[in-house]
Design a protein around this ligand. Structure first.
Ligand code: TYM
Length: 327
């Protein structure tokens, strides 16, 4: 039985990229593996925001995990800040990580844009992410493609710690899906779908109403050609629709190309919109039911207990290996 860990930030609303690149893939693991799924609220603090909104978004994200199929009887679901081992281990690992390697993280460069006034938390963020994973002796980490570099850092830090101090950490493997690992913006398929995009036409939110979803797909930016071909370089918009359709329906991309060839882009856009609406409908229904109950509180209370239990030994080993004395 493998140990599986993944997390998502409670900033903004979850979008289709988060679902198709990550969350959807979490679900099958819980049938065979020992899974920890986390609302990474400490990560959300790296960019300034409203405290009340963070509290609300954290609970909403936890409910979305469950609505999307995470079963609290099979997997552990918890809020990162409820297990203080994460913050404690992050400090220890910051004393192993190098300034230079953190400066090379492309997400920091994109988000920080060379500004002196970004928080130091934004800079050390990947170290916190590394210990999120390492504290649980994780074997596999299902994530979208944009987390690949962070995963590489987590592996490097684990190896360095093991060499420098003691063999404590398992070296985690990223699990990046073949299709859907990088869902692109509907208004600009050259850039990934993102919660921080300037226009709401960029993304589809998991809790968005059906009419708006369809409108966004109908207006999805494509090229002015008519050929249906999977070519993310030359035909980014069409390739994005094919990827979305493929992950949502389970049909292969070649089968979809055959099905839509010669029928014009309009059909593909509408059918992809419909397939997404169908896929999101049960999630939205479960979410509404959960939001009316207070079930999530009990789930997260139980999850926090299990998360603390799972990490206490590794944290103690880490501290001892580094020369700290505990009474
Ligand atoms: P976050 O919250 O930005 O995204 C959550 C997950 O969604 C994936 N994702 C996408 N996949 C496909 N297409 C897209 N356009 C797209 N946008 C986002 C991300 O790759 C991710 O898997 N640093 C992480 C959170 C984190 C974490 C961890 C993840 C903190 N600790 C430990 C795994 C393990 C993040 O900001 O993800």
């Amino acid at each position: 039985m493998a140990r599986v860990f993944s997390g998502m930030q409670p900033t903004g609303d979850l979008h289709l990229g988060n679902y198709l690149g990550a969350l959807k893939h979490f679900i099958p693991y819980q049938e065979k593996d020992d899974c920890y799924f986390c609302v990474v609220d400490l990560h959300a603090l790296t960019v300034p925001g409203d405290p009340e909104a963070l509290r609300k978004k954290s609970l909403e994200l936890a409910m979305l995990y469950v609505a999307a199929g995470v079963d609290p009887n099979k997997a552990t679901l918890f809020l990162q800040s409820n297990n203080s081992a994460h913050a404690e281990a992050a400090w220890l690992m910051q004393c192993v990580a190098k300034f230079g390697e953190l400066g090379r993280m492309t997400q920091f460069k994109d988000k920080g844009q060379g500004s002196e006034s970004v928080t130091t938390g934004l800079f050390t963020y990947p170290v916190l992410m590394a210990v999120d994973i390492l504290l649980y002796n994780t074997d596999e980490v299902p994530v979208g493609e944009d987390q690949k570099q962070h995963l590489e850092l987590a592996r490097n830090l684990a190896e360095r710690f093991n060499r420098q101090y003691e063999e404590i950490f398992t070296i985690p493997e990223p699990r990046i899906p073949d299709t859907g690992a990088r869902i692109m913006g509907l208004d600009n398929p050259e850039k990934k779908m993102s919660k921080s995009a300037a226009s709401p036409a960029n993304y589809v939110m998991l809790l968005e109403d059906e009419k708006t979803i369809m409108k966004k797909f109908k207006r999805a930016v494509t090229d002015s050609d008519t050929e249906i071909r999977f070519d993310p370089e030359q035909k980014a918009g069409i390739s994005n629709l094919l990827s979305i359709m493929s992950v949502v329906t389970g049909k292969s991309i070649p089968a979809l190309i055959e099905e839509y060839q010669g029928r014009g882009y309009g059909h593909l856009k509408v059918d992809t919109g419909e397939a997404v609406i169908e896929a999101l409908r049960p999630i939205q229904q479960r979410y509404q039911a959960l939001a009316k109950s207070n079930e999530i509180e009990a789930i997260l209370t139980q999850g926090a207990i299990k998360a603390r239990e799972a990490t206490s030994e590794t944290l103690a080993k880490m501290k001892h290996a580094m020369g700290l004395v505990t009474f």
